[in-house]
Design a protein around this ligand. Structure first.
Ligand code: ZN
Ligand code: ZN
Length: 576
């Protein structure tokens, strides 16, 4: 029994248990077992079961073990089959509609007998849904929007989930004895913010078609497109999609470039090649006489066309080919350039770690400072800090700093930008912080004109050091609020306010497409983990990938500077 299928069955059981019986506790046990299985090093559970190791895996209890035993011994789970038979497929689909939780789905089923997405959509349109107890027209409207959203985004995943999945698949591909080299390609390699499918390129010792075919026959595969070819699309039982490109070693470099994309980038490079009398045919580059040119790696490929190396993050068909021809590809910011972080929540508001724990975790990552930026008073739903709590926090930070050598905790805040554009707290409280991030957390439904005015007003406040997550978007869940981002960026540049690239993988806001405009305006970019725990400090890695997509260099990023420089930046702003 392969771990992917087993994990999928466990997480399906989790959803079904909660849907049918409303038993959250039990559902969570199945969910954590599903995660535990996927985290195992081995793809095959059978030997682990035989040796007795499986029952020792943390996260697996007696109930989940009995499902696994069933799966390993018979290939099926009786419990899962029972649950599935008694639940309509459409109910599971409904679970994925944003804003539609298990309690609501159960009310809909009991009140209207609805068991499919299609019926749900009808009921939302004809007013039946709105008449259900505790629903109303607003909820019905939201559900309708959610269904539309689900239809558009059904196959997409956030970067960290997709990357984790991609690495697991890559490990499996690399284990194949006939494969000499395999690499990630596609949108994961380009570090897109959301990912539709996973691309892997593999150089094979023997016939690529045969190697590809062996993956098509592997366990956990539901459907294969292109069977018999060296390039296949494999759909696994859990919905993961893999585009696997098997090639001969001498084709690897160009195959890797092709599989990385994007389509527009490939077109631009082909057009550029043509201007030099070269053509790209399949995975080979040919000269004017049609003879193949030996290409050792991607850098050599670009060089053969008189192009500088184009990092994968830039291959979006924007202007990278022209820039590479002129030798104008910037030296992009790297994770190692980051010297500290400024957007972190401690236990004082809605974080899970203490100030000391966050500081130690930051230090372990090689940083020399960490700014605490808990929520402000108006953000009561997120445990926003009263003025007394701010005083207490500052005393604690002073105490912690006395114990640290070569590391500094800064006193920051993520202050709400109120509806009229004022920054939360009075001037003297704001003065007590080393720096202030201003963010919008309420009244998202203002018109674009009102919202723009609100943010522009906040940018006039000299206390404001950084504008936090400037559009409020939540990827795959919530659209950005209406706002004239160009006007905001221009004014931030004028006023010397840094703009955040919030590195929470759900946000990645500022969008990378706007980073060049921010740079032109003269605004610095702050890459903020928006950490609510010590682990989520690692969001910075994802944020750096997005900053690279935005053509940013180390010098454009505020937190590649020292703590002293960050403080000087805030002080300069305040003096204006
Ligand atoms: Zn925020
Ligand atoms: Zn935050």
């Amino acid at each position: 029994m392969d771990s992917r299928t087993a994990s999928h069955v466990l997480s399906q059981i989790s959803a079904l248990v909660e849907l049918q019986a409303g038993n959250r506790y039990k559902a969570r046990a199945y969910q954590s077992a599903a995660r535990a299985i996927l985290g195992l090093d081995s793809d095959d559970l059978t030997p682990l079961h035989r040796s007795g190791e499986l029952k020792e895996v943390p996260g697996i209890g007696p109930a989940t073990l009995s499902v696994l035993r069933d799966l390993i011994e018979t290939g099926e789970s009786r419990y899962y089959d029972q649950l599935r038979e008694s639940t309509p497929e459409g109910m599971l689909e409904m679970l994925r509609v944003p804003g539609l939780g298990i309690a609501k789905i159960r009310t809909i089923r009991e009140g209207l007998g609805i068991e499919s997405l299609h019926e749900l959509e009808e009921a939302a349109r004809d007013g039946r849904l709105a008449r259900l107890p505790r629903f109303g027209p607003k909820t019905a409207e939201k559900i309708l929007k959610g269904i539309g959203f689900l239809r558009e985004t059904v196959a997409l995943e956030l970067y960290p989930q997709a990357f984790g999945e991609a690495m697991r698949l890559l490990t499996g591909v690399r284990r194949h004895p006939e494969i000499v080299r395999a690499e990630l390609a596609g949108s994961v390699r380009r570090h897109r913010e959301v990912i539709g499918d996973i691309d892997i390129v593999a150089a094979c010792r023997s016939a690529p078609e045969k190697v590809a075919a062996s993956f098509a026959r592997a366990p956990g595969v539901r459907e294969v497109t292109g069977a018999g070819d060296a390039s296949l699309t494999i759909r696994y039982v859990d919905g993961t999609r893999l585009d696997l490109h098997c090639v001969r070693p001498e084709e690897f470099a160009i195959a890797w470039w092709r599989a990385t994309g994007s389509e527009t980038h490939l077109d631009d490079v082909r057009a550029h090649a043509a201007t030099r009398g070269l053509t790209i045919v399949g995975d080979t580059l040919r000269d004017a006489a049609g003879s193949p040119i030996d290409i050792a790696d991607e850098a050599a490929f670009f060089e053969a066309m008189a192009l500088g190396y184009i990092p994968p993050e830039l291959r979006e068909g924007v202007r990278e080919v022209d820039a590479a021809h002129r030798g104008d590809i910037p030296t992009l910011v790297e994770y190692a350039d980051i010297r500290g972080v400024l957007h972190c929540h401690s236990r004082y508001s809605d974080g899970t770690a203490s100030i000391t724990e966050l500081a130690e975790a930051a230090r372990r990552r090689g940083w020399s400072y960490l700014g605490i930026s808990d929520h402000s008073e108006s953000a009561f739903y997120a445990g926003g800090l009263s003025r007394e709590a701010v005083l207490a926090q500052h005393e604690e930070i002073d105490r912690v700093n006395e114990t640290l050598d070569g590391f500094r905790v800064l006193k920051g805040v993520e202050a709400d930008i109120l509806a009229d554009g004022r920054v939360d707290y009075d001037a003297s409280t704001l003065d007590s912080f080393d720096y202030v991030i201003g963010s919008i957390h309420s009244r998202f439904s203002m018109t674009g004109a009102q919202m723009t005015e609100r943010v522009l007003a906040a940018l006039d406040d000299p206390h404001l050091t950084i504008l936090g997550h400037p559009t409020g978007r939540l990827l795959l869940t919530r659209e950005p609020y209406a706002i004239d981002l160009d006007a905001v960026i221009e004014k931030a540049g004028e006023r010397g306010v840094a703009i955040e690239l919030n590195a929470d993988p759900h946000r990645l806001d500022l969008d990378w497409r706007y980073c060049p405009a921010a740079k032109r305006s003269g605004a610095m970019i702050e890459i903020g983990p928006d950490a609510h725990s010590t682990q989520s400090l690692d969001n910075v890695q994802i944020g750096v990938g997005i900053a690279r997509k935005g053509w940013l260099e180390a010098g454009d990023v505020l937190n590649t500077r020292s703590a002293e420089d960050v403080l000087a930046h805030a002080a300069r702003r305040r003096a204006r």
